[in-house]
Ligand binder design. Structure first.
Ligand SMILES: NC(=O)c1ccc[n+]([C@@H]2O[C@H](COP(=O)([O-])OP(=O)(O)OC[C@H]3O[C@@H](n4cnc5c(N)ncnc54)[C@H](O)[C@@H]3O)[C@@H](O)[C@H]2O)c1
Ligand SMILES: N[C@H](C(=O)O)[C@H](O)COP(=O)(O)O
Length: 338
């Protein structure tokens, strides 16, 4: 059975998102990863013209599959102000948000098969009153009332072929993140991750590694007691539930190749502990995905890259990987739940 197309959001129209969407279409138009862009038709036509590509075509999600091999399908989200690469316009913030909302709405309605988000500039949206730290929390909010039998996130996973990491705390300053950590938060993150590894990644017996917080995982308590008082109890509880869990792992030695071979995902305690290793190992192949939602959501692991927007330098690898992963996750979830 033909699956519905994925919905790709606008992202910040002054960033690299629009050109990456067209480059991803060029790379995927002959494969089976159909998608439809919820974006400004005029902007995409102008970029397509510059890249000598066929003009993108407006359509409904139901027609995207028919035209995908000939032109990029677009559900128009008009911009109030023409986009200028590298110069984000506050006036376009509402369209950026409307695009995310429409993609989530159509995915909840079954018209699209998952959401792939282009990068947004958080600072620009915050200035316009956007009250969510990022897509992760916004998409969780938009799907909060939809039925979902699994443990509910949102949890941020960064996934590359070399390494998957999942964050216990996400967009918090480091001091705030330390205050937010607890055995309960680690347990919840681990349980959502284990369920997602089974349902969305097709792993029958997932293995987790849980990071420590302090140098050398606390060195027996001499360099901090969080491992003994907070992380180890979570590891013990998960093991008692029958899960394959290692930890607390010394954060500096858990990401080398031999260590990575012993687990399927690493639970990390704060943003940079989990994102630095993935973005360093594979910046262009990394994907950000949200676990524990009623819908599939992925994103490239990079940001808006205003410094290179409109200059033809941006690589589409991470967006392409995000589209491919969303497609695979949707397929895995459908098989697991039917
Ligand atoms: N999924 C998202 O919405 C998302 C993810 C990360 C960052 N952001 C946002 O993006 C904005 C800019 O963040 P940043 O500067 O830290 O990170 P960035 O990823 O935008 O840029 C970091 C560096 O990598 C380069 N780069 C990024 N993507 C590239 C690509 N596809 N091809 C070639 N080079 C690329 C940029 O030119 C820049 O030099 C911030 O507002 C941040 O919040 C959004
Ligand atoms: N920390 C994320 C990253 O670097 O990929 C990023 O800011 C995106 O967050 P959202 O997916 O919540 O927008």
């Amino acid at each position: 059975m033909k699956r519905p197309p994925l919905a790709v959001t606008l992202g910040d129209p002054a960033g690299i998102g629009p050109e990456l969407t067209l480059r991803a279409w060029t790379a995927l138009k002959d494969r089976r990863h159909d998608f439809i862009a919820y974006a400004d038709l005029d902007q995409l036509r102008e970029i397509a013209d510059r890249l000598h590509l066929p003009a993108p075509r407006a359509c409904e999600p139901e027609q995207a599959g028919e035209i995908f091999s000939q032109a990029l399908p677009v559900r128009p989200v008009p911009l109030p102000e023409p986009a200028r690469p590298g110069h984000p316009a506050p006036a376009n913030a509402a369209a950026v948000i409307a695009s995310i909302e429409a993609c989530v709405r159509d995915t909840l309605a079954g018209r699209t098969g998952g959401v792939v988000t282009n990068p947004i500039s958080k600072a620009v949206l915050y200035e316009q009153g956007f009250r969510f730290p990022g897509h992760t929390e916004f998409v969780a909010h938009l799907t909060a009332h939809a039925a979902w039998d699994g443990p509910r996130g949102p949890m941020m996973m960064l996934a590359a072929p070399e390494l998957k990491t999942v964050l216990v705390t996400i967009h918090l300053g480091l001091r705030g993140a330390l205050d937010a950590l607890s055995t309960e938060a680690i347990l919840h993150t681990a349980r959502v991750t284990l369920a997602a590894l089974r349902t969305d990644f097709g792993l029958a017996s997932p293995r987790l590694a849980i990071a420590g917080l302090n140098p050398h995982a606390g060195e027996g308590g001499a360099l901090g007691r969080e491992e003994i008082e907070m992380v180890a109890p979570a590891v013990e509880t998960l093991r008692a539930e029958g899960h394959d869990v290692a930890g607390p792992m010394p954060p500096d030695t858990m990401f080398h190749a031999e260590a990575r071979a012993r687990y399927d995902a690493a639970v990390c305690l704060y943003h940079d502990q989990g994102l630095i290793p993935v973005k360093t190992l594979n910046f262009h192949g990394g994907v950000n995905t949200t676990l524990g939602l009623p819908i599939i959501r992925t994103s490239p692991d990079h940001g808006t890259a205003f410094d290179i927007a409109g200059r033809g330098l941006a690589r589409a690898d991470s967006l392409i990987a995000a589209i491919r992963l969303a497609s695979t996750m949707a397929e895995n979830r459908q098989s697991a739940l039917t």
